[in-house]
Design a protein around this ligand. Structure first.
Ligand SMILES: NC(=O)c1ccc[n+]([C@@H]2O[C@H](COP(=O)([O-])OP(=O)(O)OC[C@H]3O[C@@H](n4cnc5c(N)ncnc54)[C@H](OP(=O)(O)O)[C@@H]3O)[C@@H](O)[C@H]2O)c1
Length: 265
């Protein structure tokens, strides 16, 4: 019950990691504001589940590429909840595209959703916390692709690397108000979208990861709760990688690995 009595707003809470985090925060005692974009039914279903836990849940639709819609969402939330304790900036788009096929529209869609949306939601949340004098925590969701370049993800990787920069910037800007800003960066997670795109997702991606497997969405709850709650009260401006060891692994030729294994026999 680390978030007992707190109010948490989760963006992109209709499905995937966002839905899991919304439920995880509710299990930890929080009332939840769930943002969705196209999947209202998914967010409504998550809200219904949260209410069965005895928590409040409010669904608000907003396209986070549009600042006016973000501001309307926060205005509606402020009418229903006296304060905001935690913002989880989870909504995001991957937008796979070859480098030479990255159009202006593709670039803008990915950058506006992932980076601009994160900034303007953070701004609205920080204003709310400032006005009520109740400093809270902002938790961003990035990716290991922010640290390691991945082919065909130039817009995505750039947008998420921007979130790492924004995390430091916001942490410094908001520290005087007592508002903390941190990020966690997942590796490959078994969300419905990934499993739909590649039915062999667990095996193919899991083979590249030191822990030998992809993550379950529920494994994102612990890191999010840590950064959202007072457990991390003296941590701000940091990024925590939740990637099974992917970003600390150096590459060596496969032949070298095989040779070493033979020598050790
Ligand atoms: N899954 C992974 O392997 C993985 C790995 C690293 C990082 N991440 C990050 O984790 C976060 C969640 O990813 P996921 O895998 O759970 O994705 P997902 O299942 O595809 O869900 C994406 C969510 O983002 C919302 N969204 C997209 N565009 C939006 C917009 N313009 N305005 C408002 N909401 C919007 C969607 O809302 P609607 O459905 O309502 O349209 C949906 O709730 C993302 O930031 C992603 O980059 C995921």
């Amino acid at each position: 019950m680390r978030l007992s009595g707190k109010t948490v707003l989760v963006t992109g809470a209709s499905t995937g990691i966002g839905r899991t985090l919304a439920l995880g925060c509710a299990h930890a005692g929080a009332d939840i504001i769930l943002n969705c974009h196209t999947d209202r039914a998914g967010a409504d279903a998550a809200a219904a589940e949260i209410r069965t836990l005895g928590r409040r849940a409010l669904v608000l639709r907003a396209d986070l590429r549009r600042v006016k819609q973000i501001d309307r969402m926060f205005a509606a939330a402020r009418k229903q909840f006296p304060r905001l304790d935690v913002l989880i900036n989870n909504a995001g788009l991957t937008g796979w595209a070859g480098f030479f096929d990255t159009t202006e529209e593709k670039w803008d869609t990915v950058l506006d959703t992932n980076l601009k949306g994160t900034f303007f939601c953070s701004l609205a949340a920080a204003r709310w916390m400032r006005d009520t004098k109740t400093p809270g925590s902002i938790v961003n969701v990035s990716t290991q692709c922010a640290e390691l370049a991945v082919k065909n993800l130039v817009a995505y990787g750039t947008s998420k690397a921007g979130i790492h920069g924004l995390t430091k910037q916001l942490a410094v800007e908001l520290a005087a108000l007592g508002i903390r800003v941190n990020t966690f960066a997942p590796g490959p997670v078994n969300v419905a979208r990934n499993l739909r795109d590649d039915p062999d997702y667990r095996r193919v991606w899991g083979a590249m990861i030191p822990l030998g497997r992809t993550a379950e969405p529920e494994e994102m709850i612990g890191p999010a709760l840590f950064l959202a709650s007072n457990d991390s009260s003296y941590i701000t401006g940091q990024t925590l990688f939740v990637d099974g060891g992917w970003t600390v692994q150096g590459m060596v030729p496969a032949s070298n690995v095989a040779k070493a294994a033979k020598k050790n026999k």
